[in-house]
Write a protein that binds this ligand. Structure first.
Ligand code: FE2
Length: 227
């Protein structure tokens, strides 16, 4: 017997190392941003800087070294998908920090306004929670909704595995980056470490340098006309 798994969702993990001094500077900067919002983050939902006016971290000089390293990882991801980066202008359209205290998490969501997204773990204590990806359209679901978790509870699905699961969890170490298509629903696992977890997320837009002959990727904004 042979099994062929067709049409994958490709999620890439890479390691990005920064020194302790740089980590401390970035962590302190993020803590400072978060403090400005008083106690508005004191609930089960993690603090995410993009909701509080801190969505352009990479325009700050102190994030330059990190963003350059992340850019290299993004290029590797595009190369894996055989997307020709020579034809593209690639932009960080948003970049922000998330600060997750004990018991906090982030619900399922997508970043529908961008092409590629990432999460880099700047501070990631053990048991501080991973990231979960969800699939809305399972190729193997031979009848609608038979692979949902309630069907697992009723033993219709005997064992969850890669063929029958609508979600997959990664619990990565500090200094890991995970890169994925922005349209992929994702959430975070509650932090159980008793210590804060800090990640840096970003959304990337791909734009054709020259859209002549192309229909489906964003044409270069230098040719757009403003109202
Ligand atoms: Fe996200």
């Amino acid at each position: 017997m042979q099994i062929f798994n067709l049409f994958p969702l490709t999620v890439m993990k890479e390691t990005i190392t920064i020194n302790d001094n740089e980590r401390e500077i970035l962590v302190n900067e993020i803590k400072k941003m978060r403090k400005e919002e008083n106690d508005s983050h004191k609930n089960n939902y993690a603090w995410t800087g993009d909701r509080y006016g801190h969505e352009f971290l990479f325009s700050k000089k102190i994030f330059k070294n990190l963003s350059t390293k992340i850019s290299n990882a993004i290029i590797k991801y595009l190369n894996t998908l055989e997307i020709n980066t020579n034809l593209l202008d690639i932009y960080y359209q948003r970049s922000w920090a998330t600060y997750t205290e004990n018991e906090q998490s982030i619900n399922f969501h997508t970043h529908s306004q961008s092409n590629i997204s990432f999460a880099y773990y700047l501070l990631k204590p053990e048991s501080s929670g991973g990231i979960i990806f969800r699939c809305n359209e399972l190729q193997n679901e031979v009848a609608r909704n038979i692979f949902t978790s309630s069907k697992l509870e009723k033993s219709l699905v005997k064992n969850p595995n890669a063929y029958n699961s609508d979600r997959s969890m990664f619990d990565l170490d500090q200094d890991s980056i995970i890169i994925f298509p922005s349209k992929t629903p994702h959430a975070t696992v509650p932090n159980q470490s008793g210590k804060p977890r800090i990640s840096i997320s970003g959304d990337i837009s791909l734009m054709l340098k020259d859209s002549n002959g192309f229909e489906h990727l964003m044409p270069n904004f230098s040719n757009w006309t403003k109202f």
